[in-house]
Design a protein around this ligand. Sequence first.
Ligand code: FES
Length: 205
Amino acid sequence: MSDSFAVQAPDGVDESRRTWIAITCGAGAIGGVAAAVPFVESFAPSERAKAAGAPVEVDIADLKPGELKTVEWRGQPVWIIRRTPEMIAGLAKDEAELADPQSKRNPDDLTPPYARNRDRSIKPEVFVAVGICTHLGCSPNPRFAAGAQPSLPADWPGGFLCPCHGSTFDLAGRVFKNKPAPDNLRVPPHSYISATRLRIGEDKA
Ligand code: FES
């Protein structure tokens, strides 16, 4: 995806409102998994650079299997998840339930070429996604544990639940069928600077 990447606000929702909605709805998500989801501040570029949409770098050396980190890029939460082997294996099992399992919808906006695979990632174990629902811009909550739990089906494979209108996404950000969200979560442009350091917002380092 090019540097012109931007979350497409739904009709009638301007960018400032979408951001506000995302922050409001996301507060519960971040707070609910605070122990495993440190908000990374050390990456922070200057305020001027952030406003201009500069790429941000994040060290993922300390990201343990099953954990999620959130960084801010262009005012949006971007998730970095280190998937376990079980999480990766599960992506092959839920495809019949997904609306767009092969990420064919709006690929130029939603899925960079290097993430057009089942895992929607460069490396299967590291998933990067913009944490904003493609329905009306709330921030979905991580629900990584599989199995029955409130607001989710008994055969829940693990993924994300948007608290606003109930859209669900798998651990590659692929939306489940018959949900309000029309599309998979966006994979932002990103690249590896080293084995343990990512640059969010730029395809190539
Ligand atoms: S904003 Fe996520 S389901 Fe409506």
